[in-house]
Design a protein around this ligand. Structure first.
Ligand SMILES: Nc1ncnc2c1ncn2[C@@H]1O[C@H](COP(=O)(O)OP(=O)(O)OP(=O)(O)O)[C@@H](O)[C@H]1O
Ligand SMILES: [Mg+2]
Length: 252
């Protein structure tokens, strides 16, 4: 039996006595996708923060590739193969698409956000492979600043892939995208999941549906339910937690 790539074991994260995460557990197998949904404030982003070492659990463990990383420094966790992508694209706008990828490939397993030096000597083949995957080969020489919002997001996902991260944590990757762009993003994530694992937060149920992956529902720092999107949609308890909160996503 394959062992999990990531195992979050009963973690609690407190902010001034308030438990943003309250005994959360989650397992993710290699080359798989898991979607996290839940109302605003459920603790989804905090869970990603805890996995990558940005916040520290007061109890419980995070195990990655069989190793306890709960108290490892964030940069070491990134080097070990976990990368987090935020909602806003983090590409270097004045560099070309290809240079962004080269830079990421060269600095394998280091977070490209901290890149400050030049781009010479990139791992060209790796960048070339990713360029095709993200379907931007025709725009390789354009400055990244000239890409559409969706294309920037794909480039950034491509940069994480080029850096060889095994686990990608994506916080609302389809936010602000057109319907077509979010469809393409889901297709890209599905394609990349043959070699990488993804933990994806999103409120957009059409996007979640396209990811076609198991869904975990969080609520008030706890894991409420895990299942297919269909199971989640048909669950009265889940429907109830979204009711009366008109600013949030509906699972209907
Ligand atoms: N650094 C922090 N200090 C204090 N409280 C925090 C901090 N980060 C998060 N929280 C609180 O923890 C809870 C969970 O927040 P989190 O951002 O993880 O929710 P979320 O599920 O990602 O919500 P959203 O869907 O709005 O992004 C919220 O009540 C939030 O106010
Ligand atoms: Mg969040």
């Amino acid at each position: 039996m394959t062992s999990p790539l990531l195992s979050v074991e009963n973690i609690t994260v407190s902010f001034d006595g308030f438990n943003a995460l309250d005994g959360i557990s989650l397992q993710l197998m290699p080359t798989s996708i898991r979607v996290l949904i839940g109302p605003n404030g459920a603790g989804k982003s905090t869970l990603l923060d805890a996995i990558i070492g940005h916040v520290r659990p007061s109890s419980g463990r995070v195990v990655f590739k069989g190793r306890d990383i709960t108290h490892m420094e964030e940069y070491r966790i990134v080097r070990d193969g976990i990368c987090r992508k935020f909602q806003a694209p983090g590409v270097l706008e004045s560099l070309t698409v290809m240079d962004n990828l080269n830079l990421a490939a060269r600095r394998r397993r280091e977070c490209w956000r901290s890149f400050s030096r030049g781009v010479a000597g990139g791992t060209y083949e790796q960048a070339e492979r990713v360029l095709k995957l993200i379907d931007l080969a025709g725009k390789r020489n354009l400055p990244a600043g000239q890409l559409s919002h969706g294309e920037k997001q794909w480039l950034e996902i491509g940069m994480v892939v080029a850096s060889d991260a095994e686990l990608l944590l994506l916080d609302e990757p389809a936010a602000g995208m057109s319907h077509g762009e979010s469809e393409q993003t889901a297709a890209l994530i599905r394609e990349l999941s043959s070699q990488h694992s993804f933990l994806v937060i999103d409120h957009d149920m059409a996007f979640v549906d396209q990811l076609d992956a198991p869904v975990s529902v969080m609520h008030m720092g706890r894991m409420l339910k895990e299942g297919t999107l269909k199971e989640i949609r048909n669950d009265p308890q889940i429907a109830a937690i979204y009711l009366g909160r008109d600013k949030e996503a509906s699972v209907a």
